[in-house]
Design a protein around this ligand. Structure first.
Ligand code: 13P
Length: 200
């Protein structure tokens, strides 16, 4: 299983870059296998990630691999501890999602536009800004995620969860599509007050 987890992490990390769901040094994915977490190593770039760039930690955050886990390992652990149903997590930095999370931070959620987003995500809540890699970020984001499978993080990015990495990945794509649609509708709808009320 550890080989499968690493292969999956490499595959979806590359795909996330190709699809524009993250850029530069941002983002990290993880997979849980029994009580072990396979997670991108800190400083490794998702775009050219190799199996050697995958770290392994236990549920107490102890490092079991030669490479150090992502600086967001607290965030991943906080979610796995609250959500035993979750088998994989995607933390990414997609552009429209960051814009929406920042503009709508006080509103607390992204207006849902499509039936697909409603079906798969129900709601997309927004977690307030906290410093990257901090325990506060881990706690506040895991709390807001609660019973949902996606959360926007103000000025930072997104987190999506699934039973598998495939599921977490496609939910991330759906979140970014939702944020992009929201942004396009806001821009194309300037002056239409009634519709704009639905979007703010
Ligand atoms: P890491 O390289 O430590 O995973 O950091 C990337 C990141 O996205 C921090 O939020």
């Amino acid at each position: 299983m550890s080989r499968i987890a690493k292969v999956q992490l490499v595959k979806y990390s590359h795909l996330a870059h190709e699809r524009g769901l993250t850029a530069a040094f941002g983002g990290n994915l993880s997979v849980k296998n029994e009580n072990l977490i396979f997670i991108k190593a800190t400083g490794a770039v998702m775009d050219d990630l190799l199996e050697g760039g995958v770290a392994v930690i236990d549920m107490d955050g102890r490092q079991l691999s030669g490479v150090r886990p992502s600086s967001e390992y607290r965030l991943h652990l906080a979610i796995y501890k609250r959500r035993p149903d979750v088998g994989a997590i995607a933390h990414l930095h997609p552009s429209y999602s960051i814009v929406a999370a920042t503009l709508l931070e006080e509103r607390g959620s992204l207006p849902i536009v499509t039936p697909e987003a409603e079906l798969y995500l129900r709601e997309i809540p927004i977690a307030p800004f906290r410093p990257a890699g901090s325990e506060e970020l881990a706690e506040v984001t895991a709390d807001v995620l609660g019973g949902y499978d996606a959360v926007l993080m103000a000025r930072h990015g997104i987190v999506t969860v699934g039973r598998s990495l495939r599921e977490a990945f496609y939910k991330a794509e759906l979140v970014e599509e939702s944020a992009k649609l929201w942004y396009m509708m806001r821009s194309g709808n300037a002056g239409n007050e009634r519709k704009n009320q639905m979007l703010t």
